[in-house]
Design a binder for this molecule. Structure first.
Ligand code: ADP
Ligand code: TRP
Length: 313
Protein backbone atom coordinates (compact mmCIF):
# COMPACT_ATOMS: atom_id res chain seq x y z
CA UNK A 1 0.00 0.00 0.00
CA UNK A 2 1.40 3.39 -0.86
CA UNK A 3 1.99 5.80 1.97
CA UNK A 4 -0.09 8.91 2.46
CA UNK A 5 1.52 12.17 1.55
CA UNK A 6 1.97 14.31 4.62
CA UNK A 7 3.48 17.77 4.48
CA UNK A 8 4.31 20.41 7.01
CA UNK A 9 6.14 23.70 7.15
CA UNK A 10 8.15 25.22 9.94
CA UNK A 11 9.15 28.83 10.30
CA UNK A 12 12.89 29.34 10.76
CA UNK A 13 12.62 31.29 13.98
CA UNK A 14 15.81 30.93 15.95
CA UNK A 15 16.76 28.86 18.92
CA UNK A 16 14.58 25.92 19.79
CA UNK A 17 13.53 25.14 23.32
CA UNK A 18 12.55 21.82 24.86
CA UNK A 19 8.86 22.72 24.41
CA UNK A 20 9.40 22.82 20.63
CA UNK A 21 11.28 19.55 20.84
CA UNK A 22 8.74 17.53 22.84
CA UNK A 23 5.72 19.29 21.31
CA UNK A 24 6.68 19.31 17.65
CA UNK A 25 10.06 17.88 16.61
CA UNK A 26 10.05 14.61 18.49
CA UNK A 27 6.53 13.62 17.37
CA UNK A 28 7.59 14.39 13.80
CA UNK A 29 10.79 12.36 14.07
CA UNK A 30 8.90 9.45 15.64
CA UNK A 31 6.46 9.09 12.77
CA UNK A 32 7.64 10.71 9.56
CA UNK A 33 8.75 7.38 8.10
CA UNK A 34 5.16 6.12 8.18
CA UNK A 35 4.26 8.66 5.51
CA UNK A 36 5.44 10.02 2.20
CA UNK A 37 6.81 13.01 4.11
CA UNK A 38 7.64 16.51 3.02
CA UNK A 39 9.17 19.00 5.44
CA UNK A 40 9.66 22.56 4.40
CA UNK A 41 11.40 25.55 5.92
CA UNK A 42 8.98 28.34 5.15
CA UNK A 43 11.42 31.20 4.75
CA UNK A 44 9.05 33.39 2.70
CA UNK A 45 6.49 33.13 5.47
CA UNK A 46 9.18 34.25 7.91
CA UNK A 47 9.72 37.34 5.76
CA UNK A 48 6.29 38.61 6.82
CA UNK A 49 7.79 39.34 10.22
CA UNK A 50 11.59 39.30 9.87
CA UNK A 51 13.37 41.97 7.87
CA UNK A 52 17.00 41.18 8.49
CA UNK A 53 18.91 39.27 5.81
CA UNK A 54 21.81 37.93 7.90
CA UNK A 55 19.40 36.87 10.63
CA UNK A 56 17.01 35.08 8.29
CA UNK A 57 19.95 33.30 6.65
CA UNK A 58 21.28 32.22 10.06
CA UNK A 59 17.83 31.03 11.14
CA UNK A 60 17.37 28.92 8.00
CA UNK A 61 20.75 27.23 8.43
CA UNK A 62 20.12 26.72 12.11
CA UNK A 63 16.64 25.27 11.57
CA UNK A 64 17.86 22.65 9.10
CA UNK A 65 20.79 21.79 11.35
CA UNK A 66 18.31 21.30 14.19
CA UNK A 67 16.16 18.87 12.16
CA UNK A 68 19.17 16.85 11.11
CA UNK A 69 20.51 16.79 14.66
CA UNK A 70 17.27 15.49 16.17
CA UNK A 71 17.26 12.56 13.80
CA UNK A 72 15.65 13.50 10.51
CA UNK A 73 17.26 11.58 7.70
CA UNK A 74 17.09 13.67 4.51
CA UNK A 75 17.11 10.55 2.34
CA UNK A 76 13.85 9.37 3.93
CA UNK A 77 11.80 12.46 3.16
CA UNK A 78 11.79 15.62 1.07
CA UNK A 79 13.42 18.40 3.11
CA UNK A 80 13.72 21.76 1.41
CA UNK A 81 13.18 25.45 1.74
CA UNK A 82 10.19 27.19 0.28
CA UNK A 83 12.05 29.97 -1.53
CA UNK A 84 14.00 27.39 -3.58
CA UNK A 85 10.85 26.23 -5.34
CA UNK A 86 9.48 29.24 -7.21
CA UNK A 87 6.21 27.47 -7.92
CA UNK A 88 5.10 28.30 -4.35
CA UNK A 89 4.95 32.04 -4.90
CA UNK A 90 3.58 31.52 -8.40
CA UNK A 91 0.67 29.41 -7.22
CA UNK A 92 0.08 31.74 -4.27
CA UNK A 93 -0.57 34.56 -6.75
CA UNK A 94 -3.05 32.47 -8.68
CA UNK A 95 -4.87 31.54 -5.48
CA UNK A 96 -4.88 35.21 -4.41
CA UNK A 97 -6.84 35.90 -7.59
CA UNK A 98 -9.49 33.34 -6.58
CA UNK A 99 -10.25 34.31 -2.99
CA UNK A 100 -11.88 37.50 -1.82
CA UNK A 101 -10.63 40.24 0.47
CA UNK A 102 -13.39 39.63 3.08
CA UNK A 103 -12.39 35.94 3.16
CA UNK A 104 -8.76 36.81 3.90
CA UNK A 105 -9.85 39.42 6.43
CA UNK A 106 -11.15 36.56 8.61
CA UNK A 107 -7.62 35.13 8.83
CA UNK A 108 -6.44 34.77 12.45
CA UNK A 109 -2.88 35.93 11.89
CA UNK A 110 -4.09 39.10 10.21
CA UNK A 111 -6.89 39.73 12.71
CA UNK A 112 -4.58 39.21 15.69
CA UNK A 113 -2.12 41.73 14.33
CA UNK A 114 -4.83 44.32 13.84
CA UNK A 115 -6.31 43.59 17.27
CA UNK A 116 -2.92 44.44 18.77
CA UNK A 117 -3.10 47.78 16.99
CA UNK A 118 -0.23 46.82 14.70
CA UNK A 119 0.05 47.38 10.98
CA UNK A 120 -0.14 44.21 8.90
CA UNK A 121 1.86 44.03 5.69
CA UNK A 122 0.18 42.70 2.56
CA UNK A 123 2.27 39.54 2.84
CA UNK A 124 0.74 38.78 6.21
CA UNK A 125 -2.70 39.41 4.73
CA UNK A 126 -2.19 36.89 1.92
CA UNK A 127 -0.11 34.52 4.11
CA UNK A 128 -2.84 31.84 4.04
CA UNK A 129 -2.70 31.59 0.24
CA UNK A 130 1.07 31.07 0.26
CA UNK A 131 0.50 28.33 2.81
CA UNK A 132 -2.30 26.91 0.65
CA UNK A 133 0.11 26.84 -2.29
CA UNK A 134 2.72 25.05 -0.12
CA UNK A 135 0.19 22.34 0.60
CA UNK A 136 -1.71 22.03 -2.70
CA UNK A 137 1.32 21.85 -4.98
CA UNK A 138 2.18 18.41 -3.60
CA UNK A 139 -1.24 16.73 -3.57
CA UNK A 140 -0.91 16.68 0.20
CA UNK A 141 -3.40 14.52 2.09
CA UNK A 142 -2.40 15.30 5.67
CA UNK A 143 -1.02 18.44 7.24
CA UNK A 144 0.27 17.96 10.79
CA UNK A 145 -0.01 21.31 12.56
CA UNK A 146 -0.80 22.82 15.91
CA UNK A 147 -4.31 23.93 16.78
CA UNK A 148 -3.39 27.51 15.85
CA UNK A 149 -2.95 26.46 12.21
CA UNK A 150 -6.31 24.71 11.81
CA UNK A 151 -7.87 27.67 10.05
CA UNK A 152 -4.99 27.90 7.60
CA UNK A 153 -5.55 24.31 6.48
CA UNK A 154 -9.27 25.07 6.08
CA UNK A 155 -8.25 27.99 3.88
CA UNK A 156 -6.13 25.65 1.78
CA UNK A 157 -9.15 23.37 1.30
CA UNK A 158 -11.26 26.36 0.36
CA UNK A 159 -8.67 27.56 -2.15
CA UNK A 160 -8.46 24.07 -3.68
CA UNK A 161 -12.25 23.92 -4.01
CA UNK A 162 -12.39 27.37 -5.62
CA UNK A 163 -9.73 26.45 -8.14
CA UNK A 164 -11.32 23.11 -8.93
CA UNK A 165 -14.69 24.76 -9.45
CA UNK A 166 -13.28 27.40 -11.77
CA UNK A 167 -10.88 25.24 -13.80
CA UNK A 168 -11.76 21.59 -13.23
CA UNK A 169 -10.50 19.00 -10.75
CA UNK A 170 -6.83 19.77 -10.08
CA UNK A 171 -6.11 19.91 -6.37
CA UNK A 172 -6.69 17.47 -3.57
CA UNK A 173 -8.42 18.94 -0.53
CA UNK A 174 -6.01 18.42 2.39
CA UNK A 175 -6.89 17.53 5.97
CA UNK A 176 -5.27 18.92 9.08
CA UNK A 177 -3.80 16.42 11.51
CA UNK A 178 -3.85 17.92 14.95
CA UNK A 179 -2.19 15.81 17.60
CA UNK A 180 -4.44 15.76 20.60
CA UNK A 181 -2.05 14.11 23.00
CA UNK A 182 0.85 16.50 22.77
CA UNK A 183 0.92 17.98 26.22
CA UNK A 184 2.00 21.52 26.83
CA UNK A 185 5.55 21.65 28.14
CA UNK A 186 5.70 24.08 31.04
CA UNK A 187 8.38 26.74 31.23
CA UNK A 188 10.60 27.68 34.16
CA UNK A 189 7.74 29.72 35.62
CA UNK A 190 5.17 26.93 35.26
CA UNK A 191 3.34 28.64 32.37
CA UNK A 192 3.51 27.30 28.80
CA UNK A 193 7.12 27.34 27.67
CA UNK A 194 7.41 29.90 24.90
CA UNK A 195 10.16 32.03 23.46
CA UNK A 196 7.88 35.03 23.85
CA UNK A 197 7.62 34.49 27.63
CA UNK A 198 11.36 34.21 28.31
CA UNK A 199 10.77 31.03 30.35
CA UNK A 200 12.53 28.52 28.13
CA UNK A 201 15.07 25.77 28.60
CA UNK A 202 17.09 25.81 25.37
CA UNK A 203 17.17 22.52 23.49
CA UNK A 204 20.78 22.75 22.36
CA UNK A 205 22.12 24.86 25.20
CA UNK A 206 25.50 23.94 26.64
CA UNK A 207 25.63 22.55 30.16
CA UNK A 208 25.91 26.01 31.74
CA UNK A 209 22.93 27.35 29.84
CA UNK A 210 20.86 24.31 30.74
CA UNK A 211 21.94 24.56 34.37
CA UNK A 212 21.12 28.25 34.52
CA UNK A 213 17.64 27.68 33.11
CA UNK A 214 16.91 24.71 35.37
CA UNK A 215 18.13 26.52 38.48
CA UNK A 216 15.69 29.33 37.66
CA UNK A 217 12.67 26.99 37.72
CA UNK A 218 10.19 28.46 40.15
CA UNK A 219 9.80 26.17 43.19
CA UNK A 220 7.30 27.85 45.43
CA UNK A 221 5.05 24.80 45.40
CA UNK A 222 3.75 23.62 48.72
CA UNK A 223 4.92 20.15 49.74
CA UNK A 224 7.96 18.03 49.12
CA UNK A 225 7.79 17.74 45.36
CA UNK A 226 8.66 20.87 43.36
CA UNK A 227 5.85 20.62 40.82
CA UNK A 228 7.52 22.65 38.06
CA UNK A 229 10.73 20.64 38.27
CA UNK A 230 8.84 17.35 38.29
CA UNK A 231 6.69 18.33 35.29
CA UNK A 232 9.80 18.85 33.18
CA UNK A 233 11.62 15.86 34.64
CA UNK A 234 8.77 13.58 33.49
CA UNK A 235 9.72 14.34 29.89
CA UNK A 236 13.04 12.60 30.42
CA UNK A 237 12.23 9.74 32.79
CA UNK A 238 9.21 7.62 33.62
CA UNK A 239 7.32 8.23 36.82
CA UNK A 240 8.56 4.87 38.09
CA UNK A 241 12.16 5.93 37.50
CA UNK A 242 11.58 9.25 39.21
CA UNK A 243 9.76 7.89 42.27
CA UNK A 244 12.84 6.78 44.27
CA UNK A 245 14.71 9.97 43.39
CA UNK A 246 11.91 12.24 44.55
CA UNK A 247 11.24 10.04 47.59
CA UNK A 248 14.82 10.24 48.84
CA UNK A 249 15.13 13.96 48.08
CA UNK A 250 11.95 15.24 49.64
CA UNK A 251 12.12 19.01 49.92
CA UNK A 252 15.67 19.08 48.50
CA UNK A 253 14.90 21.26 45.52
CA UNK A 254 18.52 21.93 44.64
CA UNK A 255 19.44 18.24 44.51
CA UNK A 256 16.41 17.50 42.36
CA UNK A 257 17.29 20.29 39.97
CA UNK A 258 20.82 18.95 39.73
CA UNK A 259 19.45 15.53 38.87
CA UNK A 260 17.27 17.11 36.20
CA UNK A 261 20.27 18.92 34.72
CA UNK A 262 22.09 15.58 34.48
CA UNK A 263 19.14 13.94 32.74
CA UNK A 264 18.74 16.78 30.27
CA UNK A 265 22.47 16.66 29.56
CA UNK A 266 22.45 12.89 29.00
CA UNK A 267 19.59 13.30 26.56
CA UNK A 268 20.85 16.26 24.58
CA UNK A 269 24.62 15.63 24.53
CA UNK A 270 24.59 13.20 21.56
CA UNK A 271 22.24 15.44 19.57
CA UNK A 272 24.36 18.48 20.40
CA UNK A 273 27.44 16.66 19.22
CA UNK A 274 25.75 15.66 16.00
CA UNK A 275 24.59 19.23 15.50
CA UNK A 276 28.11 20.56 15.94
CA UNK A 277 29.35 18.13 13.28
CA UNK A 278 26.96 19.51 10.63
CA UNK A 279 28.49 22.32 8.58
CA UNK A 280 26.76 25.07 6.61
CA UNK A 281 27.86 23.26 3.47
CA UNK A 282 26.21 20.05 4.67
CA UNK A 283 23.00 21.97 5.19
CA UNK A 284 23.20 23.62 1.79
CA UNK A 285 23.80 20.26 0.13
CA UNK A 286 20.76 18.77 1.82
CA UNK A 287 18.65 21.73 0.74
CA UNK A 288 19.83 21.56 -2.88
CA UNK A 289 18.90 17.89 -3.07
CA UNK A 290 15.59 18.49 -1.31
CA UNK A 291 14.71 21.37 -3.63
CA UNK A 292 15.35 19.15 -6.67
CA UNK A 293 12.96 16.52 -5.37
CA UNK A 294 10.34 19.11 -4.45
CA UNK A 295 10.66 20.94 -7.76
CA UNK A 296 10.05 17.76 -9.72
CA UNK A 297 6.64 17.43 -8.07
CA UNK A 298 5.76 21.12 -7.99
CA UNK A 299 6.72 21.89 -11.58
CA UNK A 300 4.60 19.03 -12.95
CA UNK A 301 1.65 20.34 -10.97
CA UNK A 302 2.20 23.89 -12.19
CA UNK A 303 2.41 22.79 -15.82
CA UNK A 304 -1.11 21.46 -15.41
CA UNK A 305 -2.23 24.62 -13.59
CA UNK A 306 -0.82 26.91 -16.27
CA UNK A 307 -2.62 24.91 -18.94
CA UNK A 308 -5.89 25.08 -17.10
CA UNK A 309 -5.83 28.80 -16.32
CA UNK A 310 -4.86 29.56 -19.91
CA UNK A 311 -1.43 31.16 -19.62
CA UNK A 312 0.33 28.20 -21.28
CA UNK A 313 -0.17 28.73 -25.01
P1 ADP B 1 6.96 29.56 20.77
O1 ADP B 1 5.72 29.49 21.62
O2 ADP B 1 8.18 29.40 21.60
O3 ADP B 1 6.99 30.78 19.88
P2 ADP B 1 6.30 28.22 18.34
O4 ADP B 1 4.97 28.88 18.32
O5 ADP B 1 7.35 28.66 17.36
O6 ADP B 1 6.90 28.30 19.82
O7 ADP B 1 6.06 26.66 18.21
C1 ADP B 1 6.72 25.81 17.31
C2 ADP B 1 6.18 24.42 17.57
O8 ADP B 1 6.50 23.97 18.89
C3 ADP B 1 4.65 24.30 17.47
O9 ADP B 1 4.32 23.10 16.83
C4 ADP B 1 4.18 24.31 18.89
O10 ADP B 1 2.98 23.60 19.04
C5 ADP B 1 5.34 23.61 19.61
N1 ADP B 1 5.46 24.15 20.97
C6 ADP B 1 5.89 25.37 21.31
N2 ADP B 1 5.89 25.54 22.66
C7 ADP B 1 5.43 24.38 23.18
C8 ADP B 1 5.20 23.93 24.52
N3 ADP B 1 5.45 24.70 25.58
N4 ADP B 1 4.72 22.68 24.69
C9 ADP B 1 4.48 21.87 23.61
N5 ADP B 1 4.68 22.25 22.34
C10 ADP B 1 5.15 23.48 22.10
N1 TRP C 1 1.92 28.81 8.99
C1 TRP C 1 2.62 27.71 9.59
C2 TRP C 1 3.07 28.10 11.01
O1 TRP C 1 3.27 29.25 11.29
C3 TRP C 1 3.83 27.32 8.80
C4 TRP C 1 3.50 26.78 7.43
C5 TRP C 1 3.73 27.40 6.24
C6 TRP C 1 2.94 25.52 7.14
N2 TRP C 1 3.34 26.60 5.21
C7 TRP C 1 2.85 25.45 5.72
C8 TRP C 1 2.51 24.47 7.94
C9 TRP C 1 2.32 24.31 5.09
C10 TRP C 1 1.98 23.33 7.30
C11 TRP C 1 1.88 23.27 5.89
O2 TRP C 1 3.27 27.22 11.83
Amino acid sequence: MSKKRRLTGLQPSGNLHIGNYFGALKPFVDEYRNYDSILMVVDYHALTSLKDGPQLRAHILSAVRDYLAVGIDPSSLVLFKQSDVLEHTELAWILDCLVTVPFLMQGHAYKDKLAKGLEANAGLFTYPMLMAADILLYDTELVPVGEDQRQHVEYAREAAAKFNLAFGQTFLEPKEQISANVGVVPGTDGLKMSKSYGNTIPLFGNRDETAQAVMSIVTDSAGDVPANVYAIHKLYKTEAELAPLYESNKGKYKALKEALIEDIEAHVAPMREKRASISDDDVKRVLVEGAEKARAIASAKMADVRQKIGVAL
